[in-house]
Design a protein around this ligand. Structure first.
Ligand code: ATP
Ligand code: MG
Length: 340
């Protein structure tokens, strides 16, 4: 049996195209991704078919191309470089759907139904009865990962159970039919969660508490000046809490002047600095961080064909790998009869 070649370090990760990316995405995944593209062969998936698992309506599909455009501009803006990685469109790779169908035979329904993530996604989308495709979300994800025979999967902790499903499917396939797939390893990046501007939980577009990478300096100023801080601090001379205060969490992540941050924290705890000063310094730090990102985005926007070219090139490259995978899969399974 033929075993496809896979380089040791091949990465598959990506995003659903649900809109513009924010500082939370930067902290939790994009920053790491920029570093990974120099160390590994990277395949970054624009997972548009995954959007359909919770939002199959035509209006939702109509918003996908615009979202893809914004998202890929954000990728370029933060320094993801298509000459050093492959950015591909999931729906442009029919082999992923073919592999998905085969993988559906290799996992049981109770195994998938036990995953809390699926139920959470259904709840978040206001869905009562689970669509077949939503229960199968982790199977489609296994097809995304194994179509290019990725060996490493950067994910957040909440997604680890899905990578475990991928590993089980790969093992099961290999034991039934022969060694076609590597058993991919999850790769936990930064475990930091950036809080939202409202101080409740994590920054998230859907919660309306996000600062987007493409927000203007004036938007950033407004969002920061309205940020939640320490609710008990009604005057500047009352000692305040730094811990759990999102303004300081952002200072820690985005203000490179550690001395300034430490000084602000000390004075905040002692009641010797007002929220306004702390926020104004954060506005300055955030805009200094975002300025080069905005500039790269602006440059990318100059070329109207750029995003399309990047996606078509990345998708063609992905199809070479996925096609090779499918040839090996069919051969291993003996699914080769009556073909022209
Ligand atoms: P949103 O939650 O803003 O609507 P989304 O649902 O498309 O966007 P998620 O699936 O929540 O995005 O997140 C995608 C990845 O981005 C996560 O795996 C995580 O690594 C990272 N991420 C998103 N938000 C944050 C955050 N606030 N802090 C850290 N990492 C984050
Ligand atoms: Mg989310």
């Amino acid at each position: 049996m033929r075993k496809p070649e896979t380089p040791k370090g091949r990465i598959l990760t990506g995003d659903r195209p649900t809109g513009r990316l924010h500082l939370g995405h930067y902290v939790g995944s994009l920053k790491n991704r920029v570093a990974l593209q120099d160390q590994y062969e990277c395949f970054f998936i624009i997972a548009d078919l995954h959007v359909l698992t919770t939002r199959p309506e035509k209006e939702s599909i109509a918003s996908i191309p615009g979202n893809i455009n914004e998202m890929v501009l954000d990728y370029l803006a933060v320094g993801i470089d298509p000459s050093r990685c492959n950015i591909f469109l999931q729906s442009g790779v029919p082999e992923i759907a073919q592999l998905n169908l085969i993988f559906e035979m290799l996992v049981t329904l109770p195994r998938l139904e036990r995953l809390p993530t699926i139920k959470d996604m259904a709840d978040a989308a206001g869905i009562e009865a689970l669509p077949f495709g939503l229960v199968g979300y982790p199977v489609l994800q296994a097809a995304d990962i194994l179509a290019p025979r990725a060996t490493l999967v950067p994910v957040g902790r909440d997604n680890l159970p899905h990578v475990e499903i991928t590993r089980e499917i790969a093992r099961r396939f290999n034991s039934l039919y022969g060694e076609v797939f590597p058993i991919p390893e999850p790769m936990l990046g930064s475990e930091d969660t950036l809080p939202g501007t409202d101080g409740t939980g994590k920054m998230s577009k859907s919660l309306g508490n996000a600062i987007c990478l493409s927000d203007s300096p004036e938007d950033v100023r407004k969002l920061v000046m309205q940020m939640y801080t320490d609710p008990n601090r009604i005057r500047a001379d009352i000692p305040g809490n730094v811990e759990g205060n999102p303004v300081f969490a952002y200072h820690d992540h985005f203000n490179p002047n550690q001395e300034e941050v430490e000084d602000l924290k000390t004075r905040y705890r002692q009641g010797r600095v007002g929220d306004v000063e702390v926020k104004k310094k954060l506005v300055t730090a955030l805009n200094a961080f975002l300025d080069p990102i905005r500039e790269r985005r602006r440059q990318a926007e100059q070329n109207p064909d750029l995003i399309r070219d990047i996606i078509l090139t990345g998708t063609a490259r992905m199809r070479e790998e996925a096609g090779e995978t499918m040839r090996c899969v069919r051969e291993a399974m003996g699914l080769t009869y009556f073909r022209a």
